[in-house]
Design a protein around this ligand. Structure first.
Ligand SMILES: Nc1ncnc2c1ncn2[C@@H]1O[C@H](COP(=O)(O)OP(=O)(O)OP(=O)(O)O)[C@@H](O)[C@H]1O
Ligand SMILES: [Mg+2]
Length: 251
């Protein structure tokens, strides 16, 4: 079982879009996949049309509180969800160092024999993201090429590093940065890419996701890229990214 946290304290960079589409593609390839939402906004559920208030289903608050006696949400073949809702905010303490609560749930998750667990996190510097990081084997940062994006990536990396430094049991590997909502026609894109290359070199994913209206629209219709035509750009780009992801984590 490989656990991967998707993080960036910057809002709207694509954390949930990656969680949902990567989860769908991995499950479609036959990997038993679990998506855990730790964002009080609960967007994963909205994107996938799952009821985040469902009482019989274990949610991320239950997971943190060791209430494991409910069923894990089922989405489609090989794809499962532990949703999040506002109740998780009581575990979201600013400035305090979180960490040990989600780690305790690893035996429970292991007993379900997931191949991969993807954790979506909130757009804040919070102990919920620290919980996710502390339990994870890897972390991935999506970035949107726009003004101040390099700062956003640097801050996310520093936050992860300070979490790893502070929480003794936390030791996730930095998987890299993946560029999202790319519009290569914008002249600032090349400058942004060069700056990131300078900062990260081989830690940037070769595959990128373009700015595409079908991705922007997909949450409204609870669609993932696998619901698009076989030759759709969004679908092809996400499959390429997923293959690189599989290679990088050795799934
Ligand atoms: N490649 C893309 N092309 C077009 N729109 C996109 C793309 N990726 C994401 N979006 C849209 O951008 C918005 C933000 O994406 P998303 O919710 O995945 O970001 P997030 O980082 O999870 O946001 P938050 O920080 O609020 O949780 C959504 O409306 C989404 O549909
Ligand atoms: Mg989100």
């Amino acid at each position: 079982m490989k656990l991967v946290t998707i993080l960036c304290q910057k809002g709207g960079v694509g954390k949930t879009t990656f969680t949902v589409n990567l989860g769908k593609i991995l499950s479609n390839k036959g990997f038993k996949t679990l998506i855990i939402d730790t964002d009080p906004q609960g967007n994963v559920s909205t994107y996938l049309n799952f009821d985040k208030e469902e009482k019989d289903t274990i949610n991320s608050t239950d997971l943190l509180e060791k209430n494991y006696d409910k069923k894990i949400g089922y989405l489609s073949e090989n794809l499962f969800i532990i949703p999040s809702n506002k109740s998780i905010t009581k575990h979201n303490e600013e400035k305090i160092v979180g960490g040990p609560k989600l780690i305790r749930a690893k035996d429970f998750l292991n007993s379900h024999q997931f191949d991969v667990v993807i954790i979506d996190t909130p757009p804040t510097i919070s102990s919920l993201t620290q919980e996710a990081l502390a339990a994870s084997d890897y972390y991935l940062i999506p970035a949107k090429p726009e003004f101040l994006a390099v700062e956003g990536v640097s801050q996310a990396m520093s936050f992860a590093k300070s979490t790893i430094f502070t929480i003794k049991s936390a030791d996730p590997i930095f998987l890299g940065v993946v560029l999202n909502q790319v519009d290569t026609r914008r002249s600032s894109f090349k400058d942004f890419e060069n700056e990131l290359n300078f900062l990260l070199s081989d830690k940037i994913f070769n595959s990128k996701i373009s700015q595409l209206t079908e991705i922007a629209d997909s949450p409204f219709y609870s669609k993932t890229v696998l619901d698009f035509k076989e030759d759709s750009k969004a679908r092809l780009e996400f499959i390429e990214f997923s293959n690189e992801f599989i290679e990088r984590i050795g799934l």
